[in-house]
Design a protein around this ligand. Structure first.
Ligand SMILES: Cc1ncc(COP(=O)(O)O)c(C=O)c1O
Length: 376
């Protein structure tokens, strides 16, 4: 079935394959120069209908919970890395046969699940390097009292009898290659006695190597030097860097209300369809907005939460009821967090291929909402 973009019913996500490939080409360059392998962080983006585009570029997936392991194994293939902050015995028995690498978050988790996991996968341990680049405390893996990873003072060399690898994840949207390289040097010096015994090391995600003007070659050469020095296979776990700027959430203006400021109410809500707008207090960008526009609006959600709004912005012309708006960059940590709050209509998911053809990946109806709350 062929779709005409102008006639699609909102709300919907439109993922753009051409833009995705632009990011993936940068990932390819990084891999080629550095020798590092890249596994997609499913916690950021799991829309598996796009994986036929991503698979040729990346080496596999990494996960943050048992279902992501299963999804990565089934729909992506390549290497399946399993990490979770806490695995139950049931989780481990389910994920171990599907995993190439299992990374534990604590020494207790490693000891508890070693026997069950070891026959299936190469084991690893998450380390807290106590160094990070992360804009917000909420997303800083090395914040005070962090539960994420083992600190150096709890380690001793006997750990290398149990694990083949370490994982360090300490960045969040880090666009500064020098700041990353500084942490890399710190890891190289501080953990050298462990690194010589390991086979692999993951440096996690949060490196924004697809940002405009990011010095990819500089990063890649630093990674290459590190892996040669310590004789390790390096991995990165990019999420946001792969999917950034590739998808819009498209909504319609349903109403315009005026209470000293004009609010355009759209048929979506941050709390249901774009949670990070709210959690990180980062206003959304609207494709149709204009920096010098003379018509200011709050772009308000269709939920009952008073403060639920996408942003305040301005337009060159007055908004009209029925008009579509494109909420930019709405894939990463967004499509994986959708929920049915207020019984709002769930956005459909479309994929615009390089040749301009639009595919429907999925759409949702009342029955899906009802089934999410109970059966029978
Ligand atoms: C362990 C781990 N790896 C990879 C990622 C992906 O990070 P990003 O999407 O910022 O690249 C995250 C994000 O939280 C993470 O916790």
């Amino acid at each position: 079935m062929r779709f005409n973009e102008n006639q699609l019913t909102t709300p919907y996500f439109m993922v753009d394959e051409k833009k995705l490939i632009e990011n993936l080409e940068k990932a390819k360059q990084l891999k080629k120069i550095s020798g590092a392998k890249l596994v997609l962080a499913l916690k950021c983006f799991s829309t598996w209908g796009t994986f036929d585009t991503i698979k040729p570029y990346l080496d596999g997936t990494t996960s943050s919970g048992p279902f992501e392991v299963q999804l990565g194994h089934e729909t992506f293939g390549g290497e399946t890395h399993a990490y979770s902050v806490g695995y139950s015995s049931h989780d481990i028995n389910t994920v171990a046969p599907l995993s190439d690498k299992i990374i534990f978050n604590s020494l207790t988790q490693l000891a508890t699940h070693f026997e069950a996991a070891n026959p299936f996968a190469s084991l690893g341990l998450r380390i807290n390097p106590e160094r990070s680049v992360a804009g917000q405390d909420l997303a800083n893996p090395t914040r005070p009292y962090s539960r994420l990873g083992v600190k150096q003072d709890l380690l001793d060399l006997s750990i290398v009898d149990k694990v083949d690898g370490f994982m360090f994840h300490m960045n969040c949207e880090n666009k500064d290659a020098d700041a990353f390289i500084e942490i890399l040097d710190y890891i190289s010096n501080t953990f050298a006695e462990y690194l010589t015994h390991l086979k692999w090391l993951s440096l996690g995600g949060g490196i924004f190597f697809t940002a405009p003007d990011y010095p990819i070659e500089k990063l890649a050469l630093a990674l290459k030097a590190f892996s040669e020095k310590h004789q390790l296979q390096l991995y990165l776990e990019p999420g946001e860097a792969i999917i950034t700027r590739t998808a819009d959430l498209v909504v319609s203006v349903i109403d315009i209300v005026d209470n000293n400021k004009k609010t355009a109410i759209v048929d979506s809500a941050t709390e249901a369809h774009r949670l990070d707008t709210l959690i990180y207090n980062e206003p959304a960008s609207i494709g149709e907005a204009s920096a010098d526009g003379a018509f200011p609006y709050i772009i308000g959600s269709c939920s009952c939460l008073a403060g639920d709004q996408f942003c305040e912005t301005q337009f060159d012309e007055a908004l009209q009821i029925g008009q579509k708006l494109h909420i930019l960059d709405s894939a990463g940590y967004t499509m994986v967090k959708l929920n049915w709050f207020n019984g709002l209509k769930m956005p459909s998911i479309y994929y615009k291929r390089v040749d301009g053809e639009i595919e429907l990946l999925n759409s949702f109806d009342y029955q899906d909402y009802k089934d999410s709350l109970g059966k029978g």
